[in-house]
Design a protein around this ligand. Sequence first.
Ligand code: C5P
Length: 239
Amino acid sequence: MEKRELLYEGKAKRIYATEDQEIVWVEYKDSATAFNGEKKAEIEGKGALNNGITSLLFSKLQQSGISSHFIKSISEREQLVKNVSIIPLEVVVRNIAAGSLAKRLGFPEGQLLKKPIVEFYYKDDALGDPLLTEAHINELAVASSEEVKVLRTKALQVNTVLSSFFQKIGVLLVDFKLEFGKLANGDILLADEISPDTCRLWDSETKEKFDKDVFRRDLGSLVEAYEKIYAKLKETQHV
Ligand code: C5P
């Protein structure tokens, strides 16, 4: 497969065309950003860790019957994925109160939620990715009611599989963000990445953080935190 022209550059990844219109080439960058791009850093090794972790998690999901755009990892920081058009929604699933939910509802960080909460945010940097109700989604016409139902169902399925997977390695899946894309035939596929950049992951016992909050809140070395979670995940390959 050949890497052709740059199609898109985001905060954490670059997407290139290939000779096959149905496949794009993803390159994970070492850039870290938080607070809608206000806090920025270049962190050597982050791109490779996120590529490795995302590839492993998408493969695990595939084994559990949840397909995604992921095809294969082709180098330390690159992967091939199916070419989808990304639906401009961030689908967040939460099991434990943290981050913006803890702030919005006045819950202490770490409070277990009665059941998983699914939220939708509009992917729009200029608006600061606002939280959307289903009426907002319909008004914006970014997804139909049927599609919202599909997104919610798929997001909860991912939560079930990943929560039990992380539980096996002594890690709590606190919350995470997913993105979905559409194939030319309209099918909705899980897309983007699932990594410590997009999840909150805590040690079940000590509550040590292995995710981007380490960078957001200056809690230590991001690379060390991501390496720890990657090492734990790789151990399960043999389980
Ligand atoms: O900030 P908030 O608590 O709403 O984030 C919920 C989850 O979604 C966290 O795991 C966070 O890392 C992820 N997220 C993300 N990209 C965003 C916003 C949130 O990956 N733009």
